[in-house]
Write a protein that binds this ligand. Structure first.
Ligand SMILES: N[C@@H](CCC(=O)N[C@@H](CS)C(=O)NCC(=O)O)C(=O)O
Length: 204
């Protein structure tokens, strides 16, 4: 299978981290692709021209990082990154959705800040920054359990680590750690995990 990704995409990083945690990374060729270039190879896999997108050997294509992560989670036996059922599953997927929401707002902010200054919307920029700040504060008040040798990270943890890593990459000026010391400690710890350490995005 082939994962179309960009090295700075936090959504693609989530999928790569899940593949490593599940022990299936060796089965997955990673193909660097710029979504903004809308090349034919990416469009054949994802008409939205977004990464990540996963092409399977049987011709099926899977898009959207939550769906790709669900697929990868089912590929190998052993520890699940998404609990099978019950309240733990909903809790994990809710944390993933909130973390992805940070990423969505941060990515929109990145794109908006690339536009000519006179075309940027201060209203939208403010809305995205507020969404990021509120959600970071939420996680600081509800710091996830630290992964341990007994308990590896679940998809909610992985999505959150990728979202915070993306804030560091693109929006260091927001200084999220200053208002979220407990979350910052959690992030330092989880970042040492090999799956996350080996997928750190290259400096912008
Ligand atoms: N909901 C999607 C979002 C993917 C996404 O927006 N990826 C960005 C790169 S970080 C992209 O390809 N953007 C191109 C575009 O918006 O046209 C996911 O979780 O995979």
């Amino acid at each position: 299978m082939k994962l179309f990704y960009s090295p700075t995409s936090p959504y693609a990083r989530k999928c790569r981290v899940v593949a490593i945690e599940k022990g299936v990374a060796a089965q997955m060729e990673i193909v660097a692709s710029s979504p903004m270039a809308s090349g034919a190879e990416l469009l054949a896999v994802n008409p939205l021209s977004k990464v990540p997108a996963l092409a399977l050997p049987d011709g099926r294509c899977i898009v959207d990082s939550p769906v790709i992560c669900q697929f990868l989670d089912g590929l190998s036996d052993g520890r699940r990154v998404i609990p099978a059922d019950g309240a733990a599953r909903i809790d994990c997927l809710t944390r993933e959705a909130l973390a992805d929401g940070i990423t969505d707002a941060a990515f929109s902010l990145t794109m908006e800040r690339k536009r000519p200054a006179e075309q940027q919307s201060s209203e939208w920029i403010g809305r995205w920054i507020n969404a990021i700040r509120r959600t970071v504060a939420h996680f600081d008040a509800h710091v996830p359990q630290r992964p341990s040798t007994d308990r590896g990270p679940d998809l909610g943890d992985i999505a959150l680590a990728c979202a915070l890593g993306y804030l560091d990459l693109r929006h260091g000026d927001l200084g999220w750690r200053m208002s979220a010391p407990a979350l910052a400690g959690w992030f330092t710890d989880i970042s040492e995990r090999q799956s996350l350490a080996s997928t750190v995005p290259p400096a912008a």
